[in-house]
Ligand binder design. Structure first.
Ligand code: TEU
Length: 574
């Protein structure tokens, strides 16, 4: 019998909200949040159905079979996390939301979204939305009302403050807080005659989570999406929601790359009130079956991530995304997960997202395609075998590399208004390099769109496409497919306990994943030369997967295994 994921519509629900179809045949039931694999789609760059150079929801629907058609010909993922799809002026490419309840016409209409949910659920794929609730867009109706009418119902929904007079009588900023994107966190608003606070761009004013009406409006919005059938949420920078009520200045630090880092962020994030909000928010989500959330920590650290996570409510910590291609670094980051989260906690496995350099470029800087792909294949094995929920980022499955975007074409940052560069926020940093359109196959622009895409295609668009890798059994894409499906078949890889195997030689990171019924060993040689290490004696192992395609691992007679350059192998006991 198909599982019905929704509960009955609540009385008083808007008649526009239609019951969502159930997820048919989805794997893992209520445990999917830790057994499944989640795939992040950056909607502008995934699939363009109406040939306007920008990806959209109907385009994504056409690619659902690629993501999971129930067979090993597809990638086999369990859920899609969509970066924001709401109307937005786009100063932060969608992370500045102007209307939480609607779909940006760039991507389609609400009907398209309902069809996406229905079509995804029909394939057992769940849909997660990106909730950006620390701030809205300047163009949100709440902000427009709030700046227009300080004593009106929305007057207190943002962080408004008068300026502070210095000893010369000049009006200055309310405190020393800095914006992550550079400059002060305070911008003067002439309409209201006060400053407002923004952790990110001035076009992204932070909301006032201490205001009960704002809080209720946000939770009502969340409920509406749950009612519509979404399976969960990614929470953008949720540990920044609450600021100290008195807004004291932060202590200075003298080290740090960007101005934001040269301050100890004691008062503008990580406030104790957050926990109280999480209790409410999680209770709401948990009142619907089989839902999950994943919180994005702003300035993530594994200890805090572990403290704030709970069953069905994951927290990104980015311990792995910061690593270079070194066995010792990956081993230390994985050990830290184990230590911080403990055997009962549940970490996330993240090597890429829309804010960071593509993993192939980060792990194989300056490498030729062959080396890049070899490292991408080995990294794929790690992503899908370490203990935690893997989050893949679109394009990673074909080994996509960073795309150099000429200064004149950069969209993020600097922010652009009417084609004019208005702000160089952090001159040495842009995130466009990891957001270029997915190259699907033949045709102009890698088959993404017949017209010039919103962001340029990768320079290797002729040689690195989904279609080319589809037919190649040793491609990065084939590696991802085989590893995702291997993971699906083996509970040890999903929920098994992790134990690091001491590797005798440098360059190898090896660990064991075990359940009561299954034991598996994963070993990765990070080095460009063959490396041997000690496994264990007294047990027979068969090869479950090997990037170097050997049929047997010749270790039954001895206790040493020699791995080829950048070889990653998965062994199964028995
Ligand atoms: O990102 C928060 C954020 O700024 C960090 O993840 C940051 O990018 C990283 O530490 C840089 O090293 C979220 C979104 O993911 C991002 O795209 C938005 O710009 C930001 O919030 C504001 O909404």
């Amino acid at each position: 019998m198909p599982k019905v994921l929704r509960r009955a519509p609540t009385p008083g629900m808007s008649p526009a909200v239609r019951p969502a179809p159930p997820v048919v045949g989805a794997a893992f039931g209520d445990d999917w949040w830790r057994r499944g694999v989640i795939y992040q789609v950056y909607p502008r760059s995934f699939a363009d159905s109406n040939d306007d150079g920008v990806g959209d929801l109907p385009g994504l629907i056409e690619k659902l079979d690629y993501l999971n058609d129930g067979t090993q010909r597809s990638l086999g993922v369990d859920a899609i996390w969509l970066s924001p799809i709401h109307p937005s002026p786009g100063f932060d490419v969608g992370y500045d939301v102007a209307d939480y309840d609607a779909i940006d016409p760039l991507f389609g209409a609400l009907e398209d979204f309902d069809r996406l949910v229905a079509e995804a659920h029909r394939r057992g794929i769940r849909i997660l939305l990106d909730l950006v609730m620390n701030h809205t867009s300047l163009a949100h109706r709440w902000f427009e009302e709030s700046r227009r009418d300080p004593s009106g119902p929305f007057g207190d929904w943002y962080l408004w403050r008068d300026g502070v007079r210095d000893r010369f009588g000049r009006v200055g900023k309310p405190n020393n807080w800095t914006s992550f994107f550079g400059g002060s966190a305070w911008t003067w608003d002439a309409t209201r005659g006060q400053f407002y606070m923004h952790t990110f761009l001035p076009e992204q004013p932070d909301v006032n989570w201490r205001n009960p009406a704002l809080r209720a409006a946000m939770l009502t919005m969340v409920r509406r999406w749950l009612e519509r059938g979404v399976d969960g949420f990614r929470l953008d920078v949720f540990n920044a929601f609450f600021k100290h009520a008195d807004l004291p200045s932060n202590p200075r630090r003298y080290l740090g790359r960007r101005p934001y880092d040269r301050q100890l962020h004691l008062y503008d994030k990580d406030r104790p009130e957050l926990v109280d909000f999480l209790v409410d928010f999680r209770a709401l989500v948990d009142s619907y079956p089989e839902r999950m959330t994943v919180g994005e920590l702003f300035s993530a650290d594994p200890a805090l991530a572990a403290r704030l996570s709970a069953p069905r409510h994951l927290v990104f910590d980015f311990g792995l995304i910061r690593q270079r291609w070194r066995a010792e670094g990956f081993a230390a980051a994985s050990d830290e997960h184990e230590q911080r989260f403990g055997p009962d906690g549940w970490p996330t496995i993240v090597l890429s997202n829309h804010d960071q350099s593509r993993q192939a470029s980060r792990l194989a800087p300056g490498a030729d395609a062959g080396t890049s792909d070899a490292i991408a294949r080995a990294a794929c094995v790690l992503s899908l075998t370490l203990r935690g929920t893997p989050f893949l980022y679109y394009g990673e499955e074909i080994g996509a590399r960073d795309v150099p975007v000429p200064w004149s074409e950069i969209i993020d940052p600097p922010a652009r208004r009417g084609g004019r560069i208005v702000r160089r926020i952090v001159p040495w940093w842009n995130r466009d390099q990891a957001r270029s359109p997915m190259p699907w196959g033949d045709g102009p622009n890698g088959g993404f769109s017949p017209v010039r895409p919103w962001l340029r295609m990768a320079p290797d668009v002729e040689t690195r496409t989904m279609a080319i890798q589809d037919g190649d059994p040793v491609s990065v894409l084939s590696t991802y497919r085989r590893m995702v499906w291997l993971r699906r078949r083996h509970p040890a890889l999903q929920v098994g306990a992790y134990r690091r195997l001491a590797a005798a030689s440098r360059g190898v990171f090896a660990f064991e994943r075990t359940t009561a019924d299954e034991a598996m060993i994963v070993a990765v040689n990070f080095a460009a030369a063959p490396t041997s290490f000690r496994v264990r004696t007294g047990r027979r192992w068969s090869v479950a997967f090997d990037t170097h395609h050997r049929a047997t691992a010749d270790i039954s007679g001895g206790d040493r295994l020699t791995l080829g350059p950048r070889e990653a192998i998965v062994l199964l006991a028995g």
